[in-house]
Structure formats: C-alpha cells, structure tokens
Write a protein of this length. Sequence first.
Length: 62
Amino acid sequence: FDGEVGILPNHAPFMTLLGQGTLSVRRAGGTSRFAVRGGFLQVVDNRVRVVAEHVQGDTHAS
C-alpha cells in the first residue's frame, strides 16, 4: 500500500493493491488526478485497470 508506481508502454503484467492516495493519469491531452482509497490496479496488454472502493473525481485537470 505504500509507494509510487509508474506505468509506461509495454509494461510487464502487474497487479497491486491500492491504499489511499492520488491516482494521476497522463495522456496527450493532459493529466487527470483522482483521490482513491482501497481497491487494486492491474496492467495487462498495455491497458491499466483500476478498481477502487472510493474515488473522488478529477481533482486538478491540466
């Protein structure tokens, strides 16, 4: 639950539990940030899936 993970293209398959913190999603159009608590993150075939118990919408779109 403690730490930071960066996911780049062609990342190896990966799964981890989520604690409480900020999820940042970077795309060509900018960065979206979400407050998340609990759940998991999965990376498979260049796709990232996040299932969280609690999410607060985009907190600082740029």
